[in-house]
Design a protein around this ligand. Sequence first.
Ligand code: HEC
Length: 471
Amino acid sequence: MAHKKTESKSAAQPQLTGVVAEFETPDAVLHAAELVRDAGYTRWDVHTPFPVHGIDEAMGIRPTILPWIVAFMAVSGFTGALLLQYLANAVFYPFIISGKPTFAIEPCLPVCFEVAVLLSAFGAFFGMLGLNGLPRHANDLFRAAGFTRATSDRFFIAIDAADRKFNEAESAGFLEKLGGTHVQKLFSDPAGDQFPQVLHTLALISACIAITPPVIVAARRVTDQPFPRLHLIQDMDMQVKKKTQKTTTLFADGRIMRPAINGTVPRGGLMTDTRKFAGLESTSGLMMVADAPAAPAAAVVDPAVAAAEREKRPWVKTVPVPVTLDVLKRGQERYRIYCSACHGLGGEGDGLVSLRAVELEQPTWTRPVSLVSEGIVKQPVGQIFDTVTNGVRRMAGYGDQISVEDRWAIVAYVKALQRSRVAPIADVPVELLEKLKAEAAAAPPVGGAAAPAVAPAGAGGLGASPAPAAK
Ligand code: HEC
């Protein structure tokens, strides 16, 4: 494709920009093109009203380098995206999320692919424009007499003055020798080549309009205004409402968040079954926490009095939910999660947390009670349930974390643990007994929980549950 490199600078002096010759038939132009090619011209072009077969070879047009541009853009897009993600994820912000490595190729691929496609599209579009010397709003050829026939019935060959072989006198003669008629010299027209005045004005006006909003915004940002900002899109931004943790004059105490009214029960939360939910036969005569008016800070109850009162409560003596092997297994699992850290896997109060605290001689550490000690063995299950729910003395309550059913399952498992220390040999199922005997014979003799002691009476409280099965 031939096109001029630079616009002429002087308005007065039109410059020679090329020569053009007319041909009457496709064959004539094809033949002429071959000769122009062979003469060594490189910046020239053929203009025909329709595609002429073989004109590409006749002109010696080499394949376009556009694919290489596109390939280059694709590769740089891919590697650029990969590099950016690598730097961001593995170098600048190496956060470990869910234990995953900071960088892996797989999640980066979609982004790499997208950027590669985007850049190659840019490469194809702008590369094509660039290679063709576009955009271009004027061409000297359009002023050549009769050139418009290039769209109907005439064929033209134009040689650019920028061609290294171009010579003002020879090139025109050369085209004539090839059979070209109406050979014309092309001159630049400095006035006509200028960008159309209308477009100039339009561009100027749109530029002014375009920068107006940002200018207004910038002015508003740096100056003080006596009136509030325009808030065009409301989007429920302004509402007559109070947010959490804020104050109000509506209520006497000034709080916008209202405490639940005494006796409020959430739907489905009516816990009338005191045996199940409190571990008590009845709550009559007892002041339950929920009903208690906020106690003044001074009225602290003597701990000894409170403990004595607690002992006397009508605790349930059997687990008020069905105890099955599954419940015990669930209890074992929950116990190991919630209790064993302090009370130990076997309930002796030798959990790892406690052992560590004792080893460090921490002065404020209270040793967890042994759950298989006589004092706890004698406790009714309701009391143990209450300990798990509300805590006792230095032990925190787990009522908020463990559901009622799971708390009873834990209690049942604690009873099973206690029972396992005192169960008679007759409690062990026969087939298990054989296995245990075999294991005991194989293992070296060690004193421990595995050897069942002679049973003192009253280990239970669990009723008919198959306690040893849990161990
Ligand atoms: C963070 C350690 C810790 C955990 C976890 C823990 N306890 Fe305790 N528990 C203690 C301590 C300490 C005591 C003794 C409190 C005291 O004497 O002040 C205690 C006391 C007890 C008592 C005796 C209550 C009484 O009346 O004397 C029982 C029963 C008990 N825990 C059961 C459990 C159960 C069941 C769990 C699991 C849900 C559990 N504990 C979880 C530390 C813990």
